[in-house]
Design a protein around this ligand. Sequence first.
Ligand code: CP
Length: 311
Amino acid sequence: MSLRGRDVISIRDLSKEEIAEILVAARKMIPFAEGKKVTHPLEDRIVAMAFFEPSTRTRLSFESAVQRLGGRCITIADAAATSMRKGESLSDTVQMLTSYSDAIVIRHPNEGSAQLAARVSPKPIINAGDGAGQHPTQTLADLATMQEAFGTLTGLKVVLLGDLRYGRTVHSLAYALAVFGAEIVLTSPPELRLPRELRAELEGMGAKVSEESDVRKAVRDADVLYVTRIQKERFGDEGEYRKVAGSYRIDPHILSEAKPRLVVLHPLPRAGEIVPEVDSMSHASYFRQAFLAVPVRMALLSSVLAHGRGE
Ligand code: CP
């Protein structure tokens, strides 16, 4: 597989075969991500991290991935510390980064921002989250965790719980689950349902999609429970947020009715949706999911920045 020079803006930019190959490559990267083995395919490469919205996992796991591959990073961790504060446009900022690096990983609060960056950049752009749009590399980590647990994605019953309206991780993941033939159960407050067009797209792909408003019932026969935070920062009105805040919470009591092999995932950060008492239960896989983001991103970066003949 080679994704050499390619942008990854949406999970739709990767075929089923390419995703499957990234997952295989990511498994092989685990000992390198753990620091038990050493590899330096990116030793002459610089990757720019352009984060205009807060991040812990995505930015640091990308930085870790680059450094585990022997590359180097230049980083914007805070938009307020850039010349955007002086009025510089995103487009000009990205064009500068293309002069200083070999690929750009970008996170921005506006949906479509990664696409905009790709239009002005001759270097590969990887979308690390654009508003309520997409978060394709989170999806790769999500799939890697499910595959590690079950050995397959096909036929899994996956409950997507929480903010399905604004949650970009869900928007990317739901599409990938449809590609791999998983069954999708949507569980959310009515105000935060999955966008109608996306649900229609999933059904058009032949995915089995249903809705279950009762969290307890949804959990009972799930293989995977994918919990998400209500995306407070995407609400235009604080009152609208307050109406749905705290409307679901996963605790050991709810999980007592789950299948023994249920895997609980969360892209994190969490804000009360999963109580800390769940962390020690065998279902809790969200910290493993956060770790697997490193080998997954190593596999992706190795492929996107692969050297060609004569370079
Ligand atoms: N999962 C995720 O995107 O986490 P961060 O916001 O911390 O990067």
